[in-house]
Design a protein around this ligand. Structure first.
Ligand SMILES: [Zn+2]
Length: 469
């Protein structure tokens, strides 16, 4: 058996590993590499060569850095099955389409400039049509239902607690060349305990022969989640008292639903006043519809809340409104009535949040609440770093609103949680591969796995490096 680490090797983006065994070739994840435009375009294009020879794809979850290059492979001739949970399949139906829309828009922008300069035009990495065509290859599975996916390869998906539908991938491989049975576990992205809506990550107590583990926060710890709920309550109340509005830029899938559900709970328990709440993001509205369809992936707390709630809907209540039309969004952004507005994008790089920022960032009565990691050079990062003037749509705006940050909503396990998850394995892996982390994080996790858990033979693969098992 051979494993090649094509993406998310010594970095956090473009998750993709090729496994060759019993004359089959299949991918674990098929993510989009995200980075500087030109670099990303080249990398994503190259990695989809050879798509015709891939027999199957097994997907850990729907985030674009894990699923976003599937349409390129289908465009280049992939015709196998794509195995994942049903919730991941449904989220991919909207997320891949949205990704294609962004690819097309991005190339359109680049081509306008190239046309003016008399240069040849680029093609988008994939189109909306390619994204739709990809969906016919998906096969949704339930958690904990073992099935054969290729000759001598059995797959079980167990809950990874990272986003709706996220899974750890367990492969029971009967390697006919070596005559050996191998249990390979790929962690996917590992979630956190006690975060809203989804269950905690499920430890794999039986252990593994080969472990591929993520290391996003291999060298960091987060505050426990319950503190974040208290923080949100304080911030809503303080903003209401000052007569201002609360702006929450949030990723459309996952973070928005966590915040909506938490506000719902606080409202039902009369812990926050009845300030009108708006979710102003078409993508968030579509994603929320999918969350409603998958109660099988909810944790006990939200199930209990849902079954007691008269509305029967954790993501909808009387003071919350999902805006639909652009007109409605415009009316909202030009109003100065106190409100809570949740909108995308999470790093304030585009989307309707920019219109709200433009109109409300200058008022010291308002609060801007940041709940996610902000990449370097984004508008979000500039605001977190305390810049008092920022550029929005090419014009300078003052930031006088109060800026608050809550880090506990993170959906990635921290160092202690990664070690607890790996430490639950009764059988220690014969070989461990550390992926999906910057080098500092991966090194720190490797050291801890060895020193604290006694793991041996730990590798941090380079991009495209292969190992024969
Ligand atoms: Zn993820």
């Amino acid at each position: 058996m051979k494993i090649t680490f094509h993406g998310a090797a010594k970095t956090v983006t473009g998750s993709k590993y090729l496994i060759e065994v019993n004359n089959s070739r299949f991918l674990l994840d098929c993510g989009l590499y995200q980075g500087k435009r030109k670099d990303a375009y080249e990398k994503n294009r190259q990695t989809s060569s050879g798509s015709k020879n891939i027999d199957a794809i097994i997907l850990s979850h729907a985030h674009i850095d894990h699923s976003g290059n599937i349409p390129s492979h289908v465009k280049n001739g992939f015709r196998g099955d794509i195995f994942c949970t049903s919730a991941t399949r449904d989220l991919c139906a909207v997320m891949l389409l949205d990704s294609a829309f962004l690819q097309e828009k991005d190339v359109e922008y680049v081509n306008r400039k190239r046309e003016r300069d008399g240069k040849s035009l680029f093609e988008p990495l994939y189109t909306k049509k390619d994204a739709v065509a990809s969906m016919q290859y998906f096969l949704g599975m339930s958690y904990n239902r073992k099935r054969q996916v290729l000759p001598g390869v059995e797959l079980t998906l167990v809950d990874a607690g990272h986003m709706l539908g996220s899974a750890h991938i367990i492969l029971d491989i009967d390697d006919r060349d070596s005559g050996r049975k191998t249990k390979l576990v790929f962690s996917g992205d590992i979630g956190r305990s006690n975060i809203p809506i989804i269950r905690d990550p499920q430890p794999i107590t039986q252990g593994a022969d080969i472990l591929i583990i993520e290391s996003t926060y291999g060298n960091r710890t987060h505050p426990p989640y319950p503190e974040s709920e208290k923080e949100l309550k304080r911030i809503v109340n303080e903003t209401a008292t000052s007569g201002g509005s609360l702006l929450i830029p949030a990723f459309a899938v996952g973070r928005t639903q966590q915040i909506v559900y938490t506000l719902h709970k606080l409202f039902v328990n009369k812990e926050i006043p009845d300030l009108p709440i708006y979710v102003d993001s078409p993508m968030a509205t579509r994603a929320t519809d999918i969350f409603r369809l998958h109660p099988e992936a909810y944790d006990d707390e939200i199930l209990e809340f849902m079954l007691e709630d008269k509305a029967n809907n954790p993501f909808g209540f009387e003071i919350l409104k999902y805006t639909s039309s652009v007109e409605e969004s415009k009316v909202l952004s030009s109003s100065d009535q106190p409100a809570i507005i949740i909108s995308a994008s999470g790093m304030m790089e585009g989307g309707r949040i920019l219109h709200h920022l433009k109109n409300r960032a200058g008022n010291p009565k308002n609060t801007l609440l940041i709940t996610g990691w902000q990449a370097p050079y984004t508008l979000g990062r500039q605001i977190v770093d305390g810049k008092k003037e920022v550029k929005i749509f090419g014009e300078i705006y003052a930031v006088r609103a109060k800026v608050e940050i809550i880090t506990g909503f993170s959906c990635h396990a921290d160092r202690e949680e990664l070690l607890a998850w790996a430490g639950a394995m009764e059988k220690k892996p014969r070989q461990t591969f550390i992926v999906h982390g910057e080098e500092d994080s991966a090194d720190a996790l490797a050291e801890a796995l060895h020193e604290k858990l006694g793991f041996e033979s730990i590798h941090i693969p380079d991009p495209h490096q292969s190992f024969t098992i």
